[in-house]
Every structure is written in structure tokens, then in C-alpha cells.
Design a protein around this ligand. Structure first.
Ligand code: NDP
Length: 252
């Protein structure tokens, strides 16, 4: 994609890259010539992705960690500094959620959703901003959701609340970076239903994407990765704030 050349050799950190959208973004930015650090808890998945992409000439590193643990998040950065240097691009993609009515909701699942989708994202952003300070070109992308823009979606109250919170934080931080005169851009991508492991995990195996296929064809991780590439490819004076898109036929 035109406009991506300036990111060649720059360092990107992607959270939640062991599957789905994060893995798709890792493939796309590696193909664009970036140095790609990936994190998630399933280290064997990260290792498999790295060894596959390294064969294509990509520069990759895996730093496994749990996004609900501050110490794990903080440890990502020294590991990347030691190997390559400071982070130019952060993709906050790791996310979780449990599908249940509010009444049937379990506080431990609510807590995990908020810890990963809101606190983990915040801590990772705060740490990355230290790296980005003083850079002329730096970008944060938060993988949000169509659910950050729609109210009254049944069975996903805490997931939705977490995505609304992350949206509020994203917009507030953008205003603060502007006030500070920083050259760091911050964007969201807000996809609708995407074919990944997410829904099966969130519903504890009750629903998969296939159960929706009769109604419409979901997005695939590559569609979301292309939105991220579009954000990165904009010239320095253009700040994308959000890309909201959904599969044709998704009602909400
Ligand atoms: P996946 O379940 O395939 O991916 C989720 C990723 O997040 C995995 O890599 C998982 O890694 C990681 N993750 C979850 N919890 C933790 C944790 N505690 N610590 C570290 N990593 C964690 O789903 P998607 O690819 O669909 O989800 C990616 C993002 O996209 C999420 O933020 C989700 O909210 C968002 N999204 C998804 C949509 C969809 O329809 N699929 C639509 C809109 C947004 P591991 O388990 O190895 O730790």
C-alpha cells in the first residue's frame, strides 16, 4: 500500500497476536517490512507464527505475557529495547469477553474483561508513550469494535462497556497528546463481526462464527489488518481517528 514505506525497519508491538485479528495484523505489518514484536499468553502459537514469517525474511520477536498483569506488560519494553530499540507503533489488540446476560454475569469474567480490554490497554499505552516521546512519527492503534458505537446489544454488557471505556480513553488521550504538542497519533479500528476464535471462547463453545454464516459473511482478520495498514499509510499530517466497518448484512 502506498505510503507505508516510511515504516520499513520501524518497530511495532502487537498485543494478542497469537490468533485472529492480531495474527492478521502481524502478517500484514511484517509484509510491509516492519520489525514485529508479538505478545500473548500462548507462547507456542507466537513461536509458530514467528518461525513461519521469518522464513519470508520478516524480522520478528515474541515476548509472551499476560495483559492482565502489569509486570508482564512492563517487561515487554526492556525486552524489545535490548533487541531492537524503542517502539514506534503500538497495536493494542488483545481482548476478551464473556457472552452472558447481565443477570447471569460473573464478576470474575467482568473483572478479566476490564483488566485486559481497559487496564491492560492503558498500561501498555502508557509504557509505549515513554518510547514514543520526542519521535516525529509514532502511531497507536486500538482495536476497538462496532460495539463501542452501539448501545443495547444483549448478552455482551461488560464487553461493550469495556470497548466504550477504551474509546473514551483513546479520544481523551488524543486530546492530551495534541495539547502537549506530541507527534504521536492515536486511532481506533472498530470492526463488526470477524471470523476468529473470539465468539466461540466468549460463549464457552455455544456459538461459533459458522452459526452466523447463513445470515451473512463475516469479516476476516485480513480485512481488519488492511484498515490498520490504511491508518499507517496516511501522510504525517493526516490523523485517522476511527475506522468503523462491518460485514454486509450484519444488522447492528
Ligand atoms: P481471538 O480470541 O482470536 O484473539 C484474542 C487475542 O487476545 C489472542 O491473541 C489472545 O491471546 C489475546 N488475549 C486475550 N486475553 C489475554 C490476556 N489476558 N493476556 C494476553 N493476551 C490475551 O479474537 P479476535 O482476534 O477476534 O480479537 C482481537 C480483538 O478484536 C479484541 O480486542 C476483540 O475485542 C476485537 N474485536 C473482535 C471482533 C470479532 O468479531 N472477532 C469484532 C470487533 C473487535 P492468548 O489467549 O494467547 O493470551
Amino acid at each position: 500500500m502506498e505510503g507505508l514505506e516510511r515504516w520499513k525497519g520501524k518497530i511495532v508491538l502487537i498485543t494478542g497476536a497469537s490468533s485472529g485479528i492480531g495474527e492478521g495484523i502481524a502478517r500484514a505489518v511484517a509484509a510491509a517490512g516492519m520489525k514485529v514484536a508479538v505478545t500473548a499468553r500462548r507462547s507456542e502459537r507466537l513461536r509458530a507464527l514467528i518461525s513461519e514469517l521469518e522464513k519470508t525474511g520478516a524480522e520478528m520477536m515474541a515476548v509472551p505475557g499476560d495483559m492482565s498483569k502489569e509486570a508482564d506488560i512492563r517487561a515487554l519494553f526492556p525486552a524489545i529495547h535490548e533487541r531492537w530499540g524503542t517502539v514506534d507503533v503500538l497495536i493494542n489488540n488483545a481482548g476478551t469477553g464473556a457472552m452472558a446476560t447481565f443477570e447471569a454475569g460473573r464478576p470474575e469474567e467482568w473483572r478479566e474483561t476490564l483488566e485486559v480490554n481497559v487496564l491492560g490497554l492503558s498500561i501498555c499505552t502508557r509504557e509505549a508513550l515513554k518510547d514514543m516521546q520526542g519521535k516525529e512519527d509514532a502511531q497507536i492503534v486500538n482495536v476497538s469494535s462496532i460495539y463501542a458505537h452501539r448501545l443495547q446489544v444483549p448478552n455482551f454488557s461488560y464487553y461493550q462497556a469495556s470497548k466504550f471505556a477504551a474509546r473514551a480513553l483513546t479520544d481523551t488521550l488524543r486530546a492530551e497528546l495534541h495539547a502537549a504538542g506530541a507527534r504521536v497519533k492515536i486511532a481506533m479500528v472498530s470492526p463488526g463481526m470477524t471470523a476468529t476464535e473470539f465468539r466461540e471462547k466468549a460463549s464457552q463453545g455455544k456459538f461459533s462464527y459458522e452459526s452466523y454464516f447463513k445470515e451473512f459473511q463475516p469479516l476476516v482478520p485480513h480485512d481488519v489488518a488492511e484498515a490498520v495498514l490504511f491508518i499507517l499509510s496516511r501522510p504525517r499530517h493526516v490523523q485517522v481517528q476511527d475506522i468503523l466497518f462491518s460485514p454486509m448484512g450484519q444488522g447492528l
